[in-house]
Design a protein around this ligand. Structure first.
Ligand SMILES: [Zn+2]
Length: 279
């Protein structure tokens, strides 16, 4: 799964100039060279005639400042043929993973900035707070920081079997672990028990933390667990789940691509553990 590259230092106060590595977005589409995407300074984008609307320093990596740049709404002029603007998911497997990891921070910051230009309490324009990653409202004093929405993921095991499901929006044939957002007031554990009950009607126990991953679509933190089946037969909620089944670890369906998402890392690690413990 994609993780923060070693040595990356978040730093919103680093010096931002035209030599800073730019992660340039038109809304949620990353602008990059098609054939040899690489880390480029803002100066390379400025040469194309692109116009920045907002810039947020992300941090430093290998001694270089990285900056998130939102193009002005009319700033994405016709791109030369060697360039394209695509959602981050389309760059998975194309861009180097450390580059993607920083771009995933960038798109999250820019979306936060785009959606907090006005105060949610009184409607006045907000201003950036010097020295902090925050916007504040001069009229009523409200401060807003980047907001992260926790979500749980759980892979349920029963002997050599995994409970995998197809969300109603999944590509054809694709299965994964269950996942869902927390509700106000819940712990992660509460959310796991509730979502599992709602989505597939089974009960679980022995929750075991696996790992977490930032998932900037647009601002989630996915917190992944394994759990053991305790009771109940699968009855999928048709509003959210197109199909859910028990799969033997030697007969698994199409799953999310390796290396990118925590879901596949969770499934692969669990299969490995079940093979080892039952060998
Ligand atoms: Zn206000």
């Amino acid at each position: 799964m994609i993780v923060t590259p070693p040595g990356f230092l978040p730093d919103h106060r680093a010096v931002d100039d035209d030599n800073a590595i730019a992660h340039v977005f038109s809304r949620d589409r990353l602008v990059q060279l098609t054939d040899s995407p690489s880390l480029l300074p803002w100066a390379a984008y400025a040469e194309l005639g692109l116009v920045a609307e907002r810039r947020h320093v992300i941090g430093r990596h290998d001694g270089v400042t990285h900056v998130a740049v939102a193009l002005a709404q009319n700033g994405l002029l016709e791109l030369p043929g060697a360039w394209r603007a695509s959602g981050l998911r389309q760059w998975f497997g194309v861009l180097p993973e450390p580059h993607l990891a920083i771009a995933m921070r960038a798109v999250q910051l820019l979306e936060w900035a785009r959606t907090h230009r006005f105060c949610g309490a009184c409607g006045a324009p907000t201003e950036r707070v010097p020295g902090e990653r925050a916007y504040s409202c001069a009229a009523c004093g409200l401060s807003v920081y980047p907001r992260i929405c926790p979500a749980m993921m759980v892979l349920i095991t029963r002997g050599r079997q995994l409970l995998l499901a197809r969300g109603v929006t999944f590509p054809p044939g694709r299965y994964s672990a269950l996942a869902g957002f927390l509700e106000a007031g819940e712990s992660i554990e509460d959310a796991i028990h509730r979502e599992v009950r709602e989505e597939v009607c089974v009960e679980v126990d022995n929750l075991r933390y696996f790992a977490s991953q930032s998932w900037p679509f647009p601002n989630s933190l996915m917190i992944a667990f394994t759990a053991q089946w305790k009771s109940g037969e699968i009855a999928a909620d048709p509003a959210e789940i197109a199909d859910a089944q028990w799969f033997d670890i030697d007969a698994l369906p199409d799953m999310p691509a390796p290396r990118v998402s925590i879901s596949r890392a969770l499934i692969d690690a669990t299969v490995q553990r079940l093979r080892t413990t039952r060998a």
